[in-house]
Design a protein around this ligand. Structure first.
Ligand code: SF4
Length: 360
């Protein structure tokens, strides 16, 4: 008799256009699988491996899944009841959890967020100086899980001096330098230091591999909300209240309103609209296996039936390639057209491009 297996409920299959993935939320990792294996594993019940006729393929898959603890063996069909499915649709209160500000932010903003519990506060600054340290110190009394610094101009000569001062700020989670000579990441005094060769201006508009995160909180948020916009506010350099770094629409001026008005703005239907978009309603992204780990910062537009992006992401889910991969082709070049009216695919061209890249 065949052995009986159930899937670990924190290992979640997610399908894409060409391939699928297992998101391992416990280990914050992911594994690619075929769409056929996705169909098999996308169940909360006993997995029917007998659907795979080829015995060596079946054994190989079972070994792979057991090794990664994606599946586990049970003794009888009745045990299925002991492992009920987890609920993926979580109700999120619309509250502020992420803020992006500049180092010269008005002190009024710090008063306005006094009662919020922020998971993440990002501070943008041209360079590290006394003002940055003063701002971080002025946030000490607030409930913030992690502060992220984004420094536009990397100054190699001052790095050692900065390490000492930054290391004393325990709320710092990461410091990100742009314009560095070489890309690099390291951990020092419990702070992640990331060095990027590109400019911050470029980086902030792109969806790159380092903006993909597999974790429990992000997965469940992204399952029903937009993981970049939900719970976020950006205050630009002139004090304008916006949804995100790349948005042009302003909802008010932080310098000309009261705390009460600020909270009315960020809880208004218009402000919350982008955060409430589900990736399954977004053209192209709905076909992408990365969609529940992706914090895409592009500004979506409302189409006739779905949301869409007038600009392309760096990943093409129809060819399963990133821009940095050899033989990359964008959506247009692979026969995929996206517009306000929807998404059309020139299947013959897409198949040709796919075969050129993957050699089938
Ligand atoms: S296609 Fe969409 S979901 Fe996929 S990586 Fe790009 S932005 Fe993220």
């Amino acid at each position: 008799m065949s052995k009986l297996y159930l899937r670990n409920q924190l290992c979640i299959p997610v399908d894409g256009y060409n391939r699928a993935m297992i998101y391992d939320l416990g280990r914050k990792d992911y594994h690619f699988i075929s769409k056929a294996h996705y169909a098999l594993l996308n169940t909360d019940k006993l997995i029917n491996f007998d659907q795979i006729a080829d015995q060596s393929e079946r054994s190989e898959l079972i070994d792979f899944l057991l090794n990664l603890e994606i599946i586990f063996e049970v003794a009888s069909p009745q045990e299925e009841e002991n492992f009920p499915p987890i609920t993926r649709s979580v109700d999120y209160p619309d509250q502020l959890t992420h803020a992006v500000i500049h180092a010269d932010i008005s002190p009024a903003f710090i008063d306005f967020i006094g009662d919020s519990h922020l998971q993440n506060l990002s501070i943008l600054a041209p360079q590290i100086n006394e003002d940055v340290f003063k701002l971080i110190d002025s946030l000490k009394h607030l409930e913030i899980d992690g502060i992220y610094l984004y420094i536009e101009n990397f100054e190699a000569e001052n790095l050692e001096k900065h390490y000492t001062e930054l290391g004393r700020r325990f709320t710092l989670f990461s410091v990100n330098f742009f314009g560095a000579e070489a890309a690099n990441t390291h951990l020092r005094d419990n702070i992640y230091y990331n060095f990027f060769t590109e400019k911050l201006e470029e980086y902030r508009q792109k969806t790159t591999l380092d903006k993909l995160f597999v974790n429990h909180d992000l997965f469940f948020e992204a399952y029903s909300k937009h993981a970049y916009y939900h719970g976020k506010v950006y205050i630009d350099q002139s004090g304008q209240i916006k949804n995100g770094l790349n948005n042009t629409q302003s909802f008010g001026d932080i310098n000309a309103i009261t705390a009460r008005e600020f909270h009315q703005i960020i809880n208004s239907e218009a402000f919350l609209a982008l955060g409430n978009i589900n990736k399954d309603d977004m053209l192209v992204c709905k076909d992408c296996e990365f969609r529940y780990m992706c914090t895409d910062p592009r500004v979506p537009e409302k189409g006739d039936q779905h949301w869409y992006h007038p600009t392309e992401c760096q990943y093409n889910p129809y060819l399963s390639v990133w821009q940095h991969d050899d033989n990359y082709a964008g959506l247009k070049a692979s026969g995929v057209t996206v517009s306000v009216t929807g998404c059309t695919i020139d299947k013959a061209l897409l198949d040709r491009k796919f075969n050129e890249i993957w050699g089938e």
